[in-house]
Every structure is written in structure tokens, then in C-alpha cells.
Design a protein around this ligand. Sequence first.
Ligand SMILES: C[S@@+](CC[C@H](N)C(=O)[O-])C[C@H]1O[C@@H](n2cnc3c(N)ncnc32)[C@H](O)[C@@H]1O
Length: 330
Amino acid sequence: MGFKHIVKGIATYLPGVGRFACRRTGGTDSARYCYSVWLRHLVMVHQSGLDTRPKVVAELGPGDSIGTGLAALLTGAETYYALDVVGYANTQANLNIFEELVSLFSERRPIPGRDEFPEITPQLTSCEFPREILSDDRLAEALVPSRIQEIRNALVRSTGVSPVNEKNMAETAMLRSEDAIEIRYFAPWYDAGVIKPESVDMIFSQAVLEHVEDLGGTYEALYRWLKGGGFMSHQIDLSSHGLSKHWNGHWGYSPLTWKLIKGNRPWLLNREPYSTHRDLIEKNGFDIVSELKADDTSGIARNHLAARFAHFTDDDLITRTVYVLARKKA
Ligand SMILES: C[S@@+](CC[C@H](N)C(=O)[O-])C[C@H]1O[C@@H](n2cnc3c(N)ncnc32)[C@H](O)[C@@H]1O
């Protein structure tokens, strides 16, 4: 069971292979992907009647670039914090993506949809450019050339900041510039102290929370960083990510098999079902404002679950992806 995945997992212990296996993360090496992801989060926020003009935005797990956060800045945010466990993003890739994002917003391009990025969720009912959120007036202000240059400057100042210990992480967090735009990239982040408590309006993540090892501590940190009434917008892919022939086959692996599959990778999947996320969101003082689940009944049945997952609800077993928007109680 999962033999080829076990072999790959064990191979990550070989010198150099672990790093090679985890060199890239997914979609944010494409400006169009970043544009699509940010606009989807913005549309979902708008549909729930929350504030689509967050000033301070944080992202968990930006991956190959901080392009999705740059899209947030180009639509009016002033501060962006990126938190990853591995520093995948680099200045040149970020700059290239930034220039393409500027064109996409200037031209009000439609949101790249299922034909181009079949794997991105949540699915929207319309892929038209969301003029009801990003009016010409709002974009004229956000895309004024001097502001675009400020974002570019902040980007160059920020990337490459790769705090290696708690002391300089804290120092990096305290750095301030004279410009209105601020970007901070924390990779790796180990400590919730990197961001001031109650300072963030919106936190988002795309395909990240299924990978986070310390889910409890992370939801606590998200709560701590948000202002009262601030909100978080997450897309979570609960599938096996190709580590089984069944979309939910990762829940059939024993602890030992899973340990071998994970090998020496810095992160893989935490294998938690949606109910764990839901419980943590509610336990940590959030109200769920919107929840979009996509079910899939084609996977393994209950009798094939590993003993560790015997407690799964019927819903857990079939919930494949979730988009969840939750607000910190004021
Ligand atoms: C599948 S990639 C998704 C990257 C990007 N959000 C995208 O949409 O392409 C998962 C990302 O989550 C990051 N990650 C894993 N554990 C994390 C944690 N505890 N905190 C922050 N990021 C984490 C990984 O390093 C990686 O960048």
C-alpha cells in the first residue's frame, strides 16, 4: 500500500534529495494564478458583506512567490506580512510577477477560471473582473504610478529577509520605513511574536492549512494577530495530493506508513479532516461567516480508514475541499 510513495519518502533522507523534493510549492510562480487567487478571496469577502478594503493583510504559506500578497497591495492594502516555513520566494521572481500583476489590474482582466486553473477553488459564479468591488475610482487611486513605485521599493527592501533566529525575527518585525507601503517576509516563522497582536485586518491562505503541523498553535496565532472584527479567508484542500490513488487514501495509511511517506520533508500533510479545522476556528474565538464545501464520494470507505481516523464523521470522509471565511469576535 503506497509503496512508491514510501520509496520516495525514504529517498528524501538522501543528502540533497530532501531539498530537491521540496524546491517548489505549486502555483504562485505564475502572476495569473496569484491574480486569480487574490480576486477569489476578495469576491468571497464581498459576497459575505465584509470589508473589501483591508489595510493590513497577512498571508500564511505564500509559496514560490509573494504574488498574491502583491495583488492585495495593488488593490489598496498598505501592509502585507507573508509567513512561510521555507523561504521559497525570491526578489527577482517577485518583481517579474509584480510587473505582470500591474498589467492585469490596469487592463481589468477577467479572473482566470477553471479552464486555465482547474485546481483553484473556490469556484466563482462569474469570472468577470469584479468592478463592483474594484471600481475605476478605487483602482485609479491604488494604481497611481508613485504608489506602484512604492510597492516595488518595499518589495526590494523586504525579500531576502530570512530571519534565522528568534532575536532577529523580532528585530525584523520592528523595522519601520518612512513609506506608506510595508512588506515583511518571515520564512521561517517560528513564533507568533513576529506580528504585533491585534494589528491585522485580514489573513488569508490558499492550499496551506492542510500542510500546517501545529494547527492549534497556528489558529491561536491567527486569532492573536487579527484586530477585533478582523477576518480570515482560507481555502483548504483536504485531498491526498496524489499520495494515494484515492483522493482520500491518505486517511487509510497507518502512522508508520505515513511517517515513511513523509520522510525528511519539512512539511507534507497534517491529515486532519475539516471538522478539526472547524472546531479550532470556533474554539479560538471566531464566528464562521461563510463555508463552501466540495464533497467527493468516490474515495475509500469508512472500513478502510486507519484506526487513528476511526472517529471521522460521515462528512469528514467525503469533504474534499473547503473555503472558509471566519471573523474574530469583536
Ligand atoms: C501547496 S503550497 C501553497 C503555496 C501557495 N499558497 C499557492 O497557492 O500556491 C503550501 C505552502 O504552505 C507552506 N507551509 C507549510 N506549513 C506552514 C506553516 N506552518 N506556516 C506557514 N506556511 C506553511 C509551505 O511552505 C508552502 O509554501
